[in-house]
Design a binder for this molecule. Structure first.
Ligand SMILES: C[S@@+](CC[C@H](N)C(=O)[O-])C[C@H]1O[C@@H](n2cnc3c(N)ncnc32)[C@H](O)[C@@H]1O
Length: 209
């Protein structure tokens, strides 16, 4: 069952959230590759392809993937986040296409071979989740992979913040368009001492309904 965060409103204006701070100070910032992303690439021997880092924020994951030979697009609502991402990618010599885009009203053109969502889905308004599921399904190649990382219901230390999910809820939200290949408890690496409990889900698209 989902929990309603007490301060979900603070996630509604993402542009303001990024203005006036260096991205390194934001709780989700990590210069390192996400552990679940790395594990998935290795376990499933996923070859470089067209990779969408959805809600790329500071662009750290997009940069890593470009350096691994993927053809990367990073999208985000916030122009200021994209400026930071551009700088991060430039400093690392990573070639990434950075696009300002609202995934709930997207102008992105697929197909992508992989879509990675590290912390975007869990901040979206609950009534838009079905729309999100249809959208990412439409952007993915039929043989593609969807990697979803959100807060887990077992994240009880942090006050407020993103919505929390359990595996059953994610499966029921995505089951009209995806099948779940893996679902496991994990951690959100970031700049905080406390690493929030995460739910990592690997999905593959069903044929278009
Ligand atoms: C918790 S941050 C995670 C950023 C990045 N994925 C990372 O792991 O460093 C969530 C990101 O989703 C972006 N976002 C929120 N709603 C969005 C939407 N509707 N479309 C695209 N991006 C969105 C925010 O601007 C923010 O950068």
């Amino acid at each position: 069952m989902n929990q309603t965060p007490r301060q979900i409103g603070e996630f509604q204006d993402w542009e303001t959230r990024y203005q006036g701070v260096s991205v390194e100070q934001l709780p989700w910032f990590t210069p390192d590759p996400d552990g679940d992303l790395l594990k998935t690439l290795e376990t499933h021997a996923i070859a470089p392809g067209r990779f969408l880092d959805l809600g790329t924020g500071p662009g750290t994951q997009a940069a890593w993937m470009a350096q691994r030979g993927f053809q990367v697009t990073g999208s985000d609502l916030s122009r200021t986040a994209l400026d930071a991402a551009r700088q991060f990618c430039r400093e690392r010599g990573a070639e990434v296409e950075l696009v300002q885009d609202d995934i709930l009203n997207t102008t992105l053109k697929g197909p992508f071979d992989q879509i990675f969502d590290r912390g975007c889905f869990h901040v979206l308004p609950p009534e838009r989740r079905n729309h999100y599921v249809q959208t990412v399904h439409g952007l993915l190649d039929p043989k593609g992979w969807m990697l979803l990382k959100c807060f887990h219901v077992n994240e009880t230390t942090m006050e407020g913040g993103p919505y929390r999910f359990d595996p059953e809820t994610v499966e029921s939200l995505f089951s009209s368009h995806f099948r779940v290949l893996e679902s496991r408890e994990s951690r959100f690496e970031g700049s905080m001492a406390h690493q929030p409990v995460a739910l990592f889900t690997l999905l593959q698209p069903l044929k278009r309904p």
